[in-house]
Design a protein around this ligand. Structure first.
Ligand code: KG4
Ligand code: ZN
Length: 346
């Protein structure tokens, strides 16, 4: 009788910022459960993530979230083949909760432990709904802490092509949202308000870095928005917030889409993906689709729930590490500034 290969089940844990998340992933691409406890409401009153509060809440929520992920998937720890966990980059106290939990579970259940890079997880989210997607491809990653153009050469093999020189795209969204009084997190709020505004109302800069065409810079744009708001106040002009949101957002989108298409062309890459919280922006998705079509590039994007922080994406990345034979020891530690493509133990 022909022997079929056994299914591989990964239990994944993600606690790098303000989402406590656990998921069960089958054979790297099938999500059996994806449980996310978001702490956003707790941090909103402070206008941003408070690390100490995030860590405490992770401790409180991690066990029920994992139990829910196992039960929704209809499996027990005995069925799991490995435990994958985000070990960096992120807030050190928040990361430590997930890492300690993953180590305890893996040790107690006698399962292998695999540390996963958070951004490599974001990129891997593209595999979930695009079963046909295989490396090589170019991925534009834009989250609250990162803006990168990453060449995915193979499963688990990454090369950074471009990066932000200052603020991350999501950070710019959050800061501009705060300046126009929308609150935290800014991205989804600007996304919504921009739909009511005129994206051509105000001309904000689109930064280019002369000697590094694939790099980004968003701090000049953020300052331009703040200057515009100050000038309006000084002149007693009422600010049209929707126009500011739409014009600012358009500037970010133009930069992200144009840089991505230009890099793909230069590298001779025909497949383009997006990832990270900003990738859930509705106008960015529409424009990236158009730009890719114009440049004869195939465009891939995860559903919004797999763009913002989740553990399913960690399970997908963890599966490909598992297949490569990557196993971590009980000395796995949180690495808050972990670099892409660099497996490092603290
Ligand atoms: O990937 P993510 O959930 O967490 C990090 O790893 O940072 O990204 C969060 C970031 C925040 O800055 C948030 O404002 C932004 O993603 N974001 C958005 C949208 N949804 C979330 N930015 C623009 N448009 C959105 N719809
Ligand atoms: Zn993230």
């Amino acid at each position: 009788m022909e022997q079929t290969e056994k299914d591989v089940l990964i239990l994944a844990i993600e606690t790098s910022c303000d989402e406590t998340a656990a998921a069960v992933v089958k054979n790297g691409r099938e999500i059996l459960s994806n449980v996310i406890y978001t702490q956003i409401k707790l941090h909103t009153v402070f206008g941003g993530v408070v690390p100490e509060i995030a860590s405490r809440k992770h401790i409180e929520k991690i066990n029920p979230v994992i139990e829910a992920a196992l039960s929704e998937a209809g499996v027990t720890l005995a069925d799991i083949d490995a435990v994958a966990v985000t070990y960096g980059p992120g807030l050190v106290g928040a990361l430590l909760v997930g890492v300690a939990e993953a180590k305890a579970i893996a040790y107690a259940a006698g399962k292998p432990l695999i540390g996963v890079h958070h951004i490599e997880g974001h990129i891997s989210a593209n595999y979930i709904e695009h079963r046909e997607l295989e490396p090589p491809f170019l991925c534009m990653v834009a989250s609250g802490g990162h803006s990168h153009l990453v060449l995915v050469k193979d499963y688990g093999e990454y090369e950074i092509v471009g990066r932000t020189r200052d603020d991350a795209a999501g950070e710019a969204f959050d800061k501009v949202a705060r300046a126009i009084g929308l609150g935290y997190p800014g991205g989804p709020k600007i996304d919504k308000l921009a739909k009511e505004g005129d994206k051509n109302a105000i001309s904000f800069p689109r930064a280019k870095i002369a000697d590094a065409p694939d790099d980004f810079s968003f701090s000049g744009l953020k300052s331009a928005v703040l200057n515009y708001l100050n000038q309006c106040e000084m002149k007693g002009i009422e600010v049209n917030k929707a126009d500011v949101a739409a014009s600012f957002q358009q500037s970010v989108i133009d930069v992200l889409t144009e840089h991505t298409a230009a890099a793909a062309k230069r590298l001779g890459i025909k497949k383009v993906a997006i990832a990270g919280g900003v990738a859930s922006n509705s106008s960015l998705r529409t424009q990236m689709e158009k730009v890719c079509e114009k440049n004869h590039l195939t465009f891939y994007h995860p559903s919004p729930v797999y763009c913002t922080d989740n553990a399913a994406m960690i399970g997908v990345a963890g599966y490909y590490e598992y297949r490569k034979g990557v196993r971590d020891g009980w000395d796995l530690n949180a690495v808050p500034n972990l670099k892409i493509g660099e497996r490092k133990k603290a």
